[in-house]
Design a protein around this ligand. Structure first.
Ligand code: AMP
Length: 283
């Protein structure tokens, strides 16, 4: 099947509805493009579980703060189309801000509580933009399943909450973090790093590995684990901590003790580039 590329929401919605009428299942993989192996793993998973796969490529302006990297965010549509096709996508949706947000648009989806901690602190409008655009993408693509990476664990929790709260008939599928061979979590933003910064960025995965080892050896004091993670990061001169936190994986409320699934999550500036990483610890 030829890869379909469309930029108008109504066209994508018509195509999705036509597939659904034929009895085909639809999977959606929302992305901001500049696709890498992390995105590829989501698209492949969707292709293995759904009859038709829609990948959206949209650098969504409403989830960027005024001093963030909206303008400089890397873009390469030709590469994205090739990778999406190779991974089994059937349609790539490439809207523009103008086609996604009509003049006079005034509706927002706000997920409260879960957006207070972690990235919500330093990126106050981020999750409102994410929830709104993902809600729109789901309404457009009409998917049976939508695929998100655990790399953005808070985003995954927010989307699960939103779809449950709003009775959206879609199954949210979380997919494991894909890493470089040396441990750095794959991210489109890794391209901002120069050689020295790229080396320094290894402190994210290394510090989390240290925390995980402590837990594996039986440490139950959450604060001790957080201190070890922070200490490892602090020893890297090019790194500046935004947050190092342990939260409940579903509610994103800070936890002091291990219970249920705890998300150990960090955000660290390496030079000007803000990177995130995490792991889940199930008790
Ligand atoms: P982005 O294009 O960065 O907005 O990411 C689009 C989707 O890909 C999100 O659901 C991310 O969580 C997911 N993703 C990004 N990087 C990775 C990775 N290294 N491993 C797994 N999923 C990822």
């Amino acid at each position: 099947m030829e890869l379909i590329v469309k930029s108008m929401p109504a066209e994508v919605q018509a195509q999705a509805l036509a597939w659904k009428r034929e009895g085909l299942t639809v999977g959606l993989v929302p992305t901001m493009g500049y696709l890498h192996e992390g995105h590829a793993s989501l698209i492949r998973r969707a292709a293995s579980e759904c009859d038709r796969v829609i990948v959206s490529v949209f650098v969504n302006p409403t989830q960027f703060g005024p001093n963030e990297d909206l303008e400089s965010y890397p873009r390469d549509l030709e590469h994205d189309l090739k990778l999406a096709r190779e991974c089994g996508a059937h349609l790539v949706f490439t809207p523009t801000p103008e086609t996604m947000y009509l003049p006079g648009a005034s509706t927002w989806v706000t997920v409260e509580g879960l957006t207070r901690e972690l990235c919500g602190k330093s990126r106050p409008i981020h999750f409102r933009g994410v929830a709104t655009v993902v809600c729109k993408l789901i309404n457009i693509a009409q998917p049976d399943r939508a695929y998100f990476g655990e790399k953005d664990a808070q985003q995954l929790a927010v989307i699960r909450r939103m779809t449950a709260d709003l009775n959206m008939p879609v199954q949210i599928v979380g997919c494991p973090i894909v890493r470089e061979a040396d441990g750095l979590a794959k991210s489109s933003r890794n391209t901002y790093l120069n050689e020295k910064e790229r080396q320094a960025a290894l402190v994210l995965s290394r510090s989390l590995e240290r925390g995980r080892e402590m837990l594996e050896k039986g440490e139950t004091d959450v604060q001790k684990v957080l201190d070890a993670i922070s200490g490892t990061i602090a020893a890297e001169p090019m790194a500046r901590i935004d947050y190092v936190q342990a939260v409940d994986a579903d509610s994103i409320e800070p936890v002091k003790t291990l219970a249920g699934t705890v998300l150990f999550a960090i955000a660290v500036y390496i030079g000007k580039t803000r990177l995130i990483d995490n792991f889940y610890w199930k008790v």
